[in-house]
Design a protein around this ligand. Structure first.
Ligand code: S3P
Length: 432
């Protein structure tokens, strides 16, 4: 449990841990490449460690020396059958991406995770993989993990995905590495494109046009050096902390600002936030910048449509930010929040309401009115916060806690380790 109390004047410069999505992919693609892939800035959060563990169990040697991860790839056909279940922990990305790879192997695998993971929908990958000829089954027949995957020769398909999901897109593209021709995926809106960028750098023939991406099965992938930028999804907690906590100025260094991930910056701009992007550059095929964030008087906005996949993981903390904005904020088209590590529409609303916020959950989002009282002072109060094994809930409500009267107690706070070990130490430094 962690206890947070009201603060003002957050000051400091920090570097957030490496991007979770990119860290997972660096291990996976490194394992399938010929030669040794080196990864710098890898996120040593529980989710990415689950990915490392799964590939080690399939015979890949992965070492850490002086903060660099060495993945000794064995090529596209070099994985071997694990003698034990592949434990994917809390990680949806591990589960869905690895399933695409496992579907095309010559051996069988069983994947299982924690209580949260094993209730998340896997039909979204079972459907396209089955269309490719894969043999994938949900052990309990409920469309969730544990999953049994018996490797099979795969057929190339064109898949029209009903959801804008990078995990679904990546799963199909990775199965496409093993298919008998060109595999393509069309999604309703563009989701994060790290798979496309990174597979291309490993030498795959992968093309994108609008919301369609096509891959031809390569002969080989070639080992790379990957520089992992800071995770904008982790930076988001400090962006919002800096904006809503009075008299604050925070510099967040080396943040990935890939346009398929950086929707929160557009929303902040629309809400009148004072954020300066400094030192914009490109590192390892991904755009990066330092963000200077200052306390701002925010105004409400409407967040909907194609921007949603570019800020999907940030919506819990954006909902909190909206409580500190004048007027109304409406978030729509975010159904996907219901099937994340928790039902984030339900859990965010319930916890914000417990702190006194004016939040109405809707089927696909929230309607949020500011908490400004008569004196124009935001009026959240402390509460006990249940996180339901969801790291982003724990971090969102820690930021809420330093902007609320009384004590905010984050009950199952250890779940922050999934994506941000050291989060509480880092936030504490800003008000020491
Ligand atoms: C991820 C994609 C997103 C995101 C998740 C990481 C990825 O999920 O929410 O945290 O690394 O591909 P969906 O693809 O289900 O939207």
């Amino acid at each position: 449990m962690k206890i947070l109390t009201k603060k003002s004047g957050l000051r400091g410069t920090l570097t957030v841990p490496g991007d979770k999505s990119i860290s997972h992919r660096a291990i996976m693609f490194g394992a399938l490449a010929e030669g040794t892939t080196t990864v710098h800035g890898f996120l040593k959060g529980a989710d990415c460690l689950s990915t490392i563990d799964c590939f080690r169990r399939m015979g890949i040697s992965i070492e850490e020396i002086d903060d660099t991860i060495y993945v000794h790839g064995k090529g596209l056909h070099g994985l071997s059958e694990s003698i034990s279940i592949l434990d994917v922990g809390n990680s949806g990305t591990t589960t869905r991406l690895i399933s695409g790879i496992l579907a095309g192997q010559t051996f069988s695998s069983v994947l299982s995770g924690d209580a949260s993971l094993n209730t998340r929908p896997m039909k979204r990958i079972m459907t396209p993989l089955s269309m490719m000829g894969a043999d994938i089954e949900s052990c309990k027949g409920n469309g969730c993990a544990p999953l049994v995957i018996k490797g099979k020769p795969l057929k190339a398909i064109h898949y029209n995905s009903p959801v804008a999901s990078a995990q679904v897109k990546s799963c199909v593209l990775l199965a496409g590495l093993y298919a008998d021709g060109e595999t393509s995926v069309t999604e309703p809106a563009l989701s994060r494109d790290h798979t496309e960028r990174m597979l291309r750098s490993f030498g795959a023939d992968i093309r994108s046009e609008g919301c369609t991406c096509t891959i031809s099965p390569p002969e080989t992938l070639h080992a790379q050096h990957i520089e992992v930028p800071g995770d904008i999804s982790s930076a988001a907690f400090f962006i919002v902390a800096g904006l809503i906590t009075p008299d604050s100025e925070i510099r967040i260094q080396n943040v990935g600002i890939n346009p398929t991930r950086a929707g929160i910056l557009n929303v902040c701009q629309a809400m009148g936030a004072d954020i300066t992007l400094e030192n914009k550059r490109e590192e390892g095929g991904e755009p990066v910048a330092d963000l200077l964030v200052r306390s701002s008087q925010l105004i409400g906005t409407v967040i909907q449509g194609d921007i949603i996949p570019t800020l999907i993981d940030e919506l819990p903390v954006i909902a909190l930010m909206a409580c500190f904005a004048k007027g109304e904020t409406i978030i729509r088209d975010a159904h996907e929040l219901r099937v994340k590590e928790s039902d984030r529409i339900e859990i965010v609303s319930r916890n914000l309401q417990a702190m006194g916020a004016d939040v109405i959950p809707t089927d696909d989002g929230f309607i949020i009115n500011s908490t400004f009282g008569k004196e124009q002072i935001p009026a959240l109060h402390g509460a006990d916060i249940e996180c339901s094994l969801d790291h982003r809930i724990a971090m969102t409500f820690s930021v809420a806690g330093i902007n609320a009267s009384g004590e905010t107690r984050i009950l199952d706070s250890d779940c922050v380790d999934v994506s941000y070990p050291g989060f509480f130490g880092e936030i504490g430094k800003l008000y020491k």
